[in-house]
Design a protein around this ligand. Structure first.
Ligand code: SF4
Ligand code: SF4
Length: 346
């Protein structure tokens, strides 16, 4: 039988989980911004704002120590960080564009090298997704195959109801277990209707057509026109739920320190700088081209998925106004022209 939860009980669920010792992460007010951050009580939860940054930090922190080292009297000892210390976590209030992203990233973090820091957090995290009842001009989830009601990636999914409260669906066993552990907080759904959801004002794009155009246009003049504006600030990658590049650095001294993973971005000038000084992506348009190629071609070539959930953050916050939706919409049109009428999928 489908269930519902009142807003009061949703906040009580957070209080209960915190008391049980779980780390609960969700949208909360942080100064002038809303961010996904640890919640200490139910009243912290902000339900009507898309957080400025994505929820990927719950699985992939900006910076994390992976080992520490110390050299004493000529002998070096290395201490690995134990991933079993990762706390049980509930990520609550994740919008569909954020809830879908960790599942897309599973492919790369469990590919040739198993990144247990990411994977252990994935295993120990339950995601409570939340349908969107408002979209802004930058949202385009529907263009890349998701939707404001998309449950992909969510263990439990909440849909706002007319008259208050949320319909609850549990697409996974993790979600069912969470509901089963707190039965007093959930009621039978009844006849309440869902609130109208927010449809972004965009056309659905043909991702296969876009990929086919990218397959044949590594040297297109398109890259010069767009990318010469890019300031290489990396904001788009850092805000993105699906960007996942990182660097590994040793911090400290030769005698004592830590090895850390840090987020990196293909927009940065030194991202591909070789030790020799040669840089195969020596100008910004090559870096911006890589951003588009990685999201809409390379990741698909390798893992059969698109590396963009249409959250719109990189559009909202690009300091020079580069609009990734406009770029791929243009490529979509060029792909349609290249293939001629009636040859593409709808
Ligand atoms: S946010 Fe804009 S300027 Fe900064 S790297 Fe991304 S596309 Fe370039
Ligand atoms: S590329 Fe831009 S719109 Fe797509 S998921 Fe990343 S930040 Fe969101």
């Amino acid at each position: 039988m489908s269930k519902m939860i009142t807003e009061q009980n949703l906040r009580l669920l957070i209080d209960t989980l915190v008391k049980e010792g779980a780390r609960v992460v969700g949208p909360r007010q942080a100064g002038a911004m809303t961010l996904y951050e640890p919640l200490t009580k139910g009243d912290d939860l902000v339900l009507d704002q898309l957080p400025r940054r994505s929820a990927k930090e719950a699985f992939f922190p900006v910076c994390e120590t992976i080992l520490s080292f110390e050299r004493k009297e000529g002998k070096t000892t290395v201490q690995d960080v134990d991933v079993c210390t990762v706390p049980e976590t509930v990520l609550i209030g994740a919008r569909p564009c954020d809830a879908a992203a960790p599942g897309i990233l599973d492919a790369v973090f469990s590919w040739d090298y198993k990144d247990e820091f990411f994977l252990e957090r994935r295993r120990r995290t339950t995601i409570i997704g939340l349908a969107c009842t408002k979209a802004d001009d930058a949202c385009f989830c529907t263009a890349v195959g998701l939707s404001p009601a998309e449950m992909k990636g969510a263990d439990l999914f909440l849909t706002p109801l007319e008259g208050g409260g949320y319909a609850c669906e549990a697409p996974t066993e993790k979600g069912e277990r969470l509901m089963a552990r707190h039965p007093q907080l959930f009621d039978d759904a009844g006849n309440a209707k869902p609130l109208p959801l927010a449809e972004p004002a965009v056309e659905k794009l043909d991702l296969q057509k876009i990929k086919a155009w990218l397959d044949g246009n590594f040297e297109s003049p398109l890259w010069y026109g767009i990318a010469d504006r890019c300031a290489g600030c990396g904001a788009c990658a850092f805000l993105c739920p699906a960007c996942h590049c990182f660097d590994i650095n040793d911090e400290g001294t030769a005698d004592k320190g830590e090895r850390r993973k840090h987020w990196d971005a293909c927009g940065f000038g030194k991202f591909t700088n070789h030790a020799s000084g040669h840089n195969p992506r020596d100008i910004q348009n090559k870096r911006y081209r890589n951003r588009i190629m990685h999201k809409f071609k390379y990741y698909d070539d390798k893992f059969g998925q698109t590396l963009c959930t249409g959250c719109g953050r990189c559009i909202r916050h690009c300091p020079v106004g580069i609009d990734i939706y406009a770029v791929i919409e243009e490529i979509n049109k060029m792909g349609a022209r290249d293939q001629g009428p009636g040859t593409g999928k709808d």
